[in-house]
Design a protein around this ligand. Structure first.
Ligand code: SF4
Length: 464
């Protein structure tokens, strides 16, 4: 029985970690199967692993399973898989769990029976080969995702620009992160380390996806400017090799300011939007998260990105122990002022601070004042709000976002519903700001969800 690679959610794109595991197996000439439940959310897919010697008690048996677990959404969906396997007396001879939430899912794995258990948050290619017993891969490339057995790119997220919907691929130019933002799971494992992928191998991965129809690529590095010289070489090489291809990347505010000299060239190479973790517009919260930027830096970064002809996409963690109603109001005003209500995924306005079991926040005196118990359901420490009205506001917004997601409401409808809810909590109107002039073409992603949000009932793999 070939190893089975399982993925549940990777931000709407073709699963990258699954592709990396598949690449090691392909390069080692080992057969494998891949199941991506984000596009085929049917647990009946496991029925073919049922041993039929005793139909009164169907038993699922899998030789080797590799769970690739990115963030919270993915981890919670793996819980559904484990419950399904448990129902069918699931047994896995070798269970391998990879990804930032691997340790959390490993605790849950006791629901099923397994022989060997291997858990790695950030596996290297060499470790993957060793774990899977793949021989003769010493010549394996450093970066060699295999995508041939994954569902086609047309089944994944698209980006829409100038009314054109673009088939979107995914690649990474580097691994790890130089920074230590306290709320992020990456520094727990990378501790400031970054490794770059070889440019030819990145281009080869992109070429594979272009041949499958991709006209846009998400370069999903944790931060594209962790290695800015390398990043710019990749961007220029993309422009040279695939002149019509657009791409997006993620760059923190601090890096946008520090490496501003690169931005116009980045726009010229085809970068159509940059996601940047604004998180909050409160300096107190930004300090408590050790984000490395101030609230006033955000407007400067946005203007520079916009001037380079690149659309600026903020991400937020609006709800933290320290959030006030006015902090949330500031985020709405910022989004409106910059005409983002049609492109800002409403889920961004509902995100709560996650504190997994090994979070750096657990060493922060400012956080410890609010910490309560560990919640197995969300794999996170719970915490209280300094202002308890914010707790109710978050719940009301979360419900509104889930409703909008369920009915497929336009983002702007949910945005203005959230605006009204916030006014109710504030007990006054929010002053409508003047709009800023935006130069860049707005770009919208079809993926409305985010990796550190709990999955909605429509995403769950078993009924809620
Ligand atoms: S939030 Fe971004 S910049 Fe900060 S540690 Fe995580 S990946 Fe790095």
């Amino acid at each position: 029985m070939p190893p089975l690679i399982l993925s549940t959610y990777e931000l709407g794109h073709q699963p990258h970690l699954a592709a990396l595991v598949a690449g090691v197996l392909r390069d080692g000439h080992v057969d494998y199967e891949v199941l991506d439940l984000s596009v085929d959310p049917d647990l009946k897919a496991f029925d073919r692993y049922i041993l039929e010697n005793d139909l009164r008690q169907p038993r699922i048996f899998i030789d080797t399973a590799v769970f690739t677990v990115g963030m919270l959404t993915s981890a919670m969906l793996f819980r559904d898989i484990l419950v399904h396997l448990e129902k069918h007396l699931g047994e896995v001879k070798t269970l391998i769990i990879y990804g930032l939430y691997a340790h959390e899912v490993a605790v849950e794995a006791s629901k099923i029976s397994y022989g060997n258990l291997i858990v790695r948050a950030t596996p290297t290619m060499k470790e993957i080969a060793e774990d899977l017993g793949v021989q003769n891969v010493t010549t394996t490339k450093k970066y060699s995702p295999a995508r041939e057995k994954l569902p086609p790119l047309t089944r994944y997220k698209t980006v829409i620009t100038k009314g054109v919907e673009k088939v979107t691929g995914y690649s990474e130019t580097s691994t790890g992160c130089r920074h230590r933002c306290l709320h992020c799971p990456l520094p727990i494992y990378f501790n400031g380390r970054v490794a770059v992928n070889p440019i030819e191998e990145i281009l080869s991965d992109i070429e594979t996806q272009v041949l499958q129809g991709a006209t846009h690529i998400t370069l999903g590095d944790p931060d594209f400017f962790n290695a800015p010289i390398h990043a710019m070489k990749v961007a220029k090489a993309i422009k040279t090799r695939f002149s019509d291809l657009s791409f997006d990347c993620t760059i923190k505010i601090e890096h946008l300011l520090k490496h501003r000299a690169y931005l116009s060239e980045l726009g010229e190479t085809g970068c159509s939007y940059i996601t940047s973790a604004v998180e909050s517009l409160s300096d107190e919260i930004l300090i408590n998260l050790a984000k490395g930027h101030k609230s006033s830096d955000v407007d400067i970064a946005l203007e520079m990105v916009d001037n380079a002809g690149i659309d600026f996409h903020p991400s937020f963690v609006p709800f933290t122990p320290w959030t006030t109603l006015e902090d949330f109001e500031e985020i709405l005003i910022f989004a409106y002022r910059n005409s983002m209500e049609r492109t800002l995924e409403p889920v961004q306005l509902a995100i709560k601070l996650l504190v997994p079991s090994n979070s750096l926040l657990l060493k922060s005196p400012e956080f410890l004042k609010f910490k309560t118990s560990y919640d197995i359901e969300t794999f996170s420490y719970l915490w209280t709000y300094r202002d308890h009205r914010v707790d109710k506001l978050q719940k009301a917004i979360e419900a509104e976002v889930a409703k909008g997601q369920l009915y497929g409401d336009p983002f702007e409808d949910t945005f203005f519903a959230i605006w009204s809810i916030t006014e109710e909590y504030l007990g006054r109107s929010i002053t409508v700001p003047e709009r800023n002039q935006r130069r860049a073409q707005s770009v919208k992603s079809s993926e409305a969800w985010f990796c550190c949000a709990e999955p909605t009932s429509s995403q769950r793999l078993i009924g809620q």
